[in-house]
Write a protein that binds this ligand. Structure first.
Ligand code: GDP
Length: 196
């Protein structure tokens, strides 16, 4: 899957800008600073690939990457929880996100990233509920596990497990990763490979 180079395709700001839905895709969601760019970079083996999507102006776009022989799509959703954004901006991207999640037939799975230090926050709960309502199967990926002690990591793991019981669209398996140390990356790659 990731043998061939992954490339940035485009940033999308409205549904009519979506690439044709002619292939399977998976998407990545998470609060700002959760480690989403680092994870996509680690997955694809490209150091600065997703940095493009982190630059100001790009952060509220849905960013499409092409991966693998048949160019499956990896989709980087805008990071949520930017407290200082003006309300119309927040509302605009919430609309786009809702339309995307409910209207994209080729979306196979959403990966919801949770920072191991912080656990599930209100906005994470809300995104999971939106995924339930949109009938998009999702799976939680814990990020930055290298930053905490095993006891703290397991505390977060248990908190997430409890949270997932509230969500019919959730997969029970939780993937623990560290982009920094390369932990869990191969596991996540093989999960994605089975989907496409
Ligand atoms: P994004 O805003 O979700 O795309 O987050 P970034 O990937 O830009 O990461 C936010 C910050 O967390 C950066 O300073 C990263 O270097 C750091 N970071 C991301 N992943 C890891 C990780 O696995 N371990 C550690 N220690 N730091 C990480």
């Amino acid at each position: 899957l990731f043998a061939r180079e992954t490339t940035f395709l485009k940033g999308v700001v409205a549904m009519d800008g979506m690439p044709p839905d002619d292939r399977i895709e998976v998407c990545f969601a998470g609060r700002s600073n959760v480690g989403k760019s680092s994870l996509i970079n680690a997955l694809t083996g490209r150091k600065a690939l997703a940095r493009a999507s982190n630059t100001p102006g790009r952060t509220q776009e849905i960013n499409y990457f092409c991966a693998g022989e048949d160019s499956h799509y990896l989709v980087d959703l805008p990071g949520y929880g930017f407290a200082n954004a003006p309300l119309p901006v927040v509302e605009k991207w919430q609309r786009l996100l809702k339309n995307y999640l409910s209207g994209r037939a080729t979306l196979r799975r959403a990966f919801v990233l949770i920072d191991t230090r912080h656990g599930v926050k209100k906005v994470d709960h809300e995104i999971m509920s939106l995924l339930d309502r949109s009938a998009v199967a999702f799976q939680v990926v814990m990020t930055k596990t290298d930053k905490v002690k095993v006891s703290e990591r397991d505390k977060t793991l248990n908190q997430i497990r409890k949270e997932l019981q509230k969500h019919p669209a959730a997969y029970p398996e939780i993937v623990m990763t560290s982009s920094e140390k390369g932990l869990g990356i191969e596991t996540l790659r093989s999960i994605i490979s089975t989907l496409i």
